[in-house]
Design a protein around this ligand. Structure first.
Ligand code: HEM
Length: 478
């Protein structure tokens, strides 16, 4: 990368940094990476260190933390058999991802500069428009099938098709055609969606509910392996096509035009394969659920929807106008709508970390090896953190909003829908691009109504709507 390009990417605040030479910046980045790698390499030593942190003696023991307590042997598992549980602290069972420490860090060091780089994601804007247009075409079709313009009971599924198609153009460099209306049940796109959804249900049954799979090969375990095999083989098929293109010289050197998948393949094929499957697993149910929740909240809150439409009409002159990078830069209300959706309905109910060393937290002793969950869902819906906490009020996120509604009154760690720190969501930029494109286009094309009872939300592995999304839709004629 030459120096002019680097300067173009720096803002006023880090102007000083921009004046540094490229080589100075590279060596700082390398030494930071090396220092962090050392940290993860010596994680075991850190974990074996018996020195207690300051304030340990004065702090109260962990079992004095108020709230539900795990029972011996069965822990908190029993809580999942009762339909509702109160505050979510105390649940120490969920495992988010298996790879940890040095192995995980090396992986992220390779993929972060590719996936977290804004321009690498922005190159998919045109493709995200195409996918959103296909969804809009289907919404239009469904709206013509009955006199209320009501979406079918399996409309949620349509949104999963949209999220798989969106993530597939990145992870497989492939337009799968999931949203085609004449797709049959055995088509690749349909089987992939079914696989991802079933996989989440099975993860919940295997990892959260009590199960014998660690001792004997259960039916659910065998199904889980079969599903993962199918996903791996399908991803491999498309990755191999890209490898062939690279090897035959059809794709040139690493440059700005190459896709995320090609960039990953060129650095490390195994990382590309693992990441491609991981992104598909992580990128379908998540974005699909957030879009479903956003459409529900918009249809339930006509005043908010009107404000959103007013922004959409300013930014997209016609119903067919594309969503561009420039459009998204000027869409504060759209971003506020998506933030407010993830505040009220975060797909991950909390952020989980296992402590590597003894800590004192909030006046309590937290021994190393404890699973600590910061419950986003609970914190974000408490009045002490957000004014009118249970209401859908996107205005709270606007920089122009002051007073008690402003989000600035809340502790910034309370709202973390994509997690926090070096382990935060790697697909955040991509997810936002997908969601912003789809929501803006839908609101520009349709008026949404919710003449039903309030939606029920539920939590299994992820949190989200639990009933059919029977939105009533009226196509706009302007
Ligand atoms: C609105 C949609 C999404 C939300 C709300 C979301 C949220 C999250 C959260 C809360 C985490 C855990 C972070 C932490 O522990 O600090 C996470 C991790 C992750 N997400 Fe997402 N995600 C979304 C979409 C996506 C997409 C589209 C992809 C892939 C393209 C993706 C890939 C991942 C991966 C690979 C991880 C694991 C990161 C690691 O362990 O280092 N996510 N996500």
């Amino acid at each position: 990368m030459n120096r002019t390009k680097i300067l173009a990417h720096f803002t006023k605040q880090n102007y000083g940094k921009a004046l540094m030479s490229t080589s100075a910046q590279t060596s700082i980045a390398e030494s930071t990476t090396e220092r962090r790698l050392e940290h993860y390499r010596h994680l075991n030593a850190l974990q074996n260190n018996e020195t207690k942190p300051s304030g340990w003696e004065e702090a109260q023991p962990i079992d004095k933390i108020p709230g539900p307590k795990p029972y011996p042997l069965i822990g908190n598992t029993w809580r999942f058999f009762i339909p509702k549980f109160g505050d979510l602290y105390g649940l120490d069972l969920l495992e988010l991802h298996k790879v940890q420490g040095e192995e995980w860090f090396k992986f992220r060091t390779i993929v972060n500069p590719i996936l977290m780089q804004p321009r690498n994601v922005a190159q998919y804007t045109d493709k995200m428009n195409l996918v959103a247009d296909e969804l809009i075409d289907n919404i239009q079709f469904f709206s013509e099938q009955n006199d209320k313009g009501q979406m079918p009971d399996d409309f949620n599924h349509e949104l999963y098709k949209w999220s798989l198609e969106s993530v597939g153009v990145v992870t497989m460099d492939k337009h799968l055609g999931c949203l085609k209306r004449d797709n049959d049940k055995n088509s690749e796109g349909q089987r992939l969606i079914q696989s991802v959804l079933q996989m989440f249900q099975l993860m919940y049954k295997l990892d959260v509910l009590p199960s014998m799979w660690r001792i004997v090969s259960t039916k659910n375990w065998r199904k889980y392996v079969e599903i993962l095999d199918y996903m791996l083989h399908t991803n491999l098929k498309y990755i191999n096509q890209q490898i062939d293109k690279i090897e035959s010289g059809e794709i040139g050197d690493q440059n700005e035009a190459t896709s995320v998948l090609q960039k990953m393949i060129k650095i490390d094929r195994n990382v590309a394969i693992a990441m491609s499957v991981d992104m598909m697993i992580a990128g379908v149910d998540t974005t699909g659920r957030v879009l479903a929740a956003a459409l529900y909240y918009l249809s339930k809150n006509p005043e908010v929807q009107e404000k959103m439409r007013s922004e959409a009409l300013t930014l997209l002159k016609t119903k067919e106008s594309p969503v561009t990078h420039e459009v998204l830069k000027n869409a504060p209300y759209l971003k506020a709508v998506i933030k407010e959706t993830t505040r009220l309905a975060p797909i991950a109910i909390g952020n989980l970390r296992t402590t590597a060393k003894d800590l004192v937290l909030g006046g309590y002793q937290i021994p190393k090896g404890t699973d600590v969950l910061s419950s986003t869902l609970m914190l974000c819906t408490k009045e002490e953190n957000f004014y009118k906490a249970t209401e859908f009020l996107p205005d709270r996120w606007l920089s122009t909003t002051t007073g008690e509604l402003s989000h600035k009154n809340a502790n910034p760690f309370v709202f973390a829908p994509f997690g926090y720190g070096s382990r935060s969501c790697i697909g955040k930029r991509l997810a936002n691009l997908e969601l912003e494109t789809a929501v803006l286009k839908i609101i520009r094309n349709f008026e949404l109504k919710w003449p039903h009872e309030d939606m029920v939300f539920t939590t299994t592995t992820l949190h989200g709507i639990a009933r059919p999304l029977r939105i009533q839709v009226k196509p706009l004629d302007y």
